[in-house]
Write a protein that binds this ligand. Structure first.
Ligand SMILES: Cc1ncc(COP(=O)(O)O)c(C=O)c1O
Length: 383
């Protein structure tokens, strides 16, 4: 099976002239064989591969349990419900994230209360999170941004239930040496086409708590408990199931996850070397304190005073795709209009967001492609 271009997403190039894709999944014979086996079996959903994928994934991240779902967003929704988030509650989270993390809070008619980020790790700042807690706060929702672990020990000291948005962080390691997803809180992974492991669309929730898994498994399947009969439902549920076809893709990729993660780490090291001479350009923070990044994207902050959107356009003219990544959530029109957010509320996030762009990044990227990107960026910034 040839590696296919991702066709549509926030992380895809705008220009047809692009010679290097922004992201590209690595699909091989193992995926083809596993998918064909599912097609031949006739068990396309709720078949044996669901449990096999869940168990293999849980083992991989040292979690007690795992539940596969139809997307990272669906996983965040069910995980927030599982820790008790409901109408009128507040959840403290980061405005520097993909919009899905805040949106999932809104699905339960709860309110995402933003707190500013750490300027180095770009993750939720525990001090700012503590200051944002009120008597209505029922949970914290830190995001392991760009695959770098959030400061979990400091957040845990706040004594609130936590849902970890690990959608970008498969393969990351917490400072204490444990894999992301194995800390016990519900942690949510995403398998969209640009992720470290992809099932096209999909996600996984890990947890140490069997009751949380039971609730999630029921709610992803229209509120049906495993021991209940066909069309018998004892709670509100959703259709957030992951098909066995998707599980087949996930299992094939889990088997060579180390290889795929090593490929991303290799490309990141090439970028660090190639971009080092560009003055004022800020690169992803180096790993420190035992934290290990699960490489997902390569995002740089442009020097202050450089126009981000102009840079993206100029790179595009040189056939190099890039994207602003992430824009600050609180400044998106929906959030501004609904909650009255304005510039200046979260200065660290706003400064970082205004300067951040994602460069082409995928495991099979060659050294010359990295050099081509670095040369183009150097040329554009020197103008
Ligand atoms: C930080 C973050 N949270 C949530 C999501 C949502 O995942 P999905 O696109 O699988 O719904 C993503 C992925 O795109 C993400 O990057």
């Amino acid at each position: 099976m040839a590696a296919a271009d991702v066709t549509d997403t926030e992380l895809m190039p705008d220009t047809e002239r692009a010679s290097i894709p922004l992201a590209q999944p690595v699909l091989g014979v193992a995926e083809e064989e596993r998918v064909l086996a599912v097609l031949r079996s006739g068990r396309l959903s709720l078949g044996p591969l669901l449990r096999e994928f869940e168990q293999a994934f849980a083992a991989r991240v040292s979690a007690g349990h795992a539940s596969a779902v139809s997307s990272g967003t669906a996983g965040l929704h069910l995980a927030l419900r599982a820790v008790g988030v409901a109408d009128g509650d507040e959840v403290v989270t980061s405005p520097f994230s993909f919009v899905a993390s805040a949106n999932a809070v809104l699905y339960e008619r709860a309110r995402p209360v933003f707190a500013d980020i750490d300027p180095v790790t770009l993750n939720l700042d525990p001090g700012a999170a503590a200051a944002a807690v009120t008597e209505r706060t029922v949970a914290l929702l830190p995001i392991h941004v760009f695959g770098y672990p959030a400061d979990m020990p400091a957040l845990e000291r706040l004594g609130l239930p936590i849902v970890e948005d690990a959608c970008e962080a498969l393969g990351a390691i917490y400072a204490d040496g444990g894999p992301i997803g194995g800390r016990g809180h519900p942690a949510v992974f995403g398998f969209y086409a640009n992720k470290q492991l992809t099932t096209g669309e999909g996600g996984m929730i890990t947890t140490a708590d069997a009751a949380v898994k039971a609730q999630i498994d029921s709610e992803r399947n229209q509120g049906r408990a495993p021991d209940m009969g066909w069309l018998d439902h004892d709670r509100l549920g959703f259709n957030y199931r992951l098909s066995d076809i998707a599980c087949a893709l996930g299992l094939a990729q889990l088997e060579r996850l180390d290889e795929m993660l090593a490929g991303r780490a290799r490309v990141a090291a090439l970028y660090r070397h190639a971009l080092a001479p560009i003055e004022g350009l800020e690169l992803p923070c180096p790993e420190s304190g035992g934290n290990r990044r699960g490489w997902f994207v390569f995002v740089v902050q442009l020097p202050r005073g450089v126009g981000r959107d102009d840079t993206v356009l100029a790179l595009g003219e040189l056939a190099i795709p890039s994207k602003p990544y992430f824009p600050a959530i609180h400044l998106m029109s929906y959030y501004r209009e609904r909650f009255g957010h304005r510039e200046g509320e979260f200065p660290v996030c706003e400064d970082i967001a205004a300067r951040s762009i994602a460069l082409p990044f995928f495991p099979q990227m060659s050294e010359s492609q990295v050099e081509q990107v670095a040369a183009a960026l150097a040329e554009v910034l020197a103008r």
